[in-house]
Design a protein. Structure first.
Length: 270
């Protein structure tokens, strides 16, 4: 069911899309103290794979995602996406955060097209793709609506479409459903699984929900308390597509219990 962090690279395709080798991050406070957030993280993700990450509060999950997205620099280690070093923000990475962060003065389709405008890729070539993504996430007919006219779940669907509109190779998601109510969150889990299977994207998703991590992931990366390391990679050998009923199966429960046991050793979930 699981493999050690040291054996991660041997469990995936020979040609991974993204590789982290010995990635570490040290923050320096205003008074000169040094805080180690991440320590020697090794992680390789295959093209088309869905990897989820769980860990104790403050273990560096979001720090790892920001480093992979080129938003903050690493302190040590090597990080490559499609064979090229990640040294800053890249066009082939899409990011979805917990807050949808939509621009209130732009309509749904205008928000989806925002990366196209920022990257100056030319609207004409991407408007059809934007519409297809809106259709894919179930927002057909809402193209001219503003964020204030949408529910939280609908706003996250717009955010997801925006992250995919420029066709990134890698999609990073930082607790994207954490602010949603339980029923909407379950619906979004089903929708994300469907969209991932249709779009054939590589996804890394951070969550504080163990069941969500197991439901969505091909593998679950379990992190230790700070400084964050990869304690174990848990392979999720459950058929797809997964229904919510799968969460009640003995196999699902065993995996959740195993991961919960790993986390109870080093801390609690945030």
């Amino acid at each position: 069911m699981s493999v050690s962090a040291a054996a991660i690279n041997s469990t995936i395709a020979a040609d991974p899309l993204i590789v982290c080798n010995g990635v570490s991050k040290i923050y320096e406070t205003k008074d000169g103290a040094r805080i180690s957030a991440l320590e020697s993280v090794d992680l390789a993700i295959a093209p088309g794979e869905f990897v989820t990450v769980v860990g104790p509060s403050g273990c560096g999950k979001s720090t790892l995602l920001k480093i992979m997205g080129g938003l903050i620099p690493r302190s040590a280690g090597e990080l490559r996406l499609a064979g090229r070093p990640i040294e800053g923000p890249r066009r082939d990475v899409g990011i979805v955060f917990q807050s949808a962060t939509l621009l209130p003065w732009r309509t749904v389709i205008e928000n989806v097209l925002l990366p196209i405008d920022v990257l100056d890729l030319g609207r004409a070539a991407f408007r059809e793709r934007a519409q297809k993504l809106i259709d894919m996430v179930g927002l057909t007919g809402f193209e001219a609506k503003y964020p204030s006219e949408l529910s939280g779940g609908m706003q996250q669907r717009v955010s997801l479409s925006r992250a995919l509109v420029h066709d990134p190779a890698l999609l990073l998601m930082d607790e994207p459903f954490g602010a949603l109510d339980a029923l909407t969150r379950e619906t979004m889990n089903l929708e994300l699984q469907r969209i991932w299977m249709e779009a054939n994207k590589t996804i890394l998703l951070i969550t504080h929900s163990i069941p969500e991590a197991v439901f969505l992931g091909d593998r679950v990366a379990v992190m230790t308390s700070r400084p964050g390391k990869l304690a174990e990679i848990v392979a999720i050998d459950l058929p797809r597509p997964r229904s919510l009923a799968a969460m009640g199966s003995p196999e699902f429960g065993e995996i959740v219990t195993h991961i919960r046991g790993l986390l109870n050793v080093g801390g609690h979930l945030d």
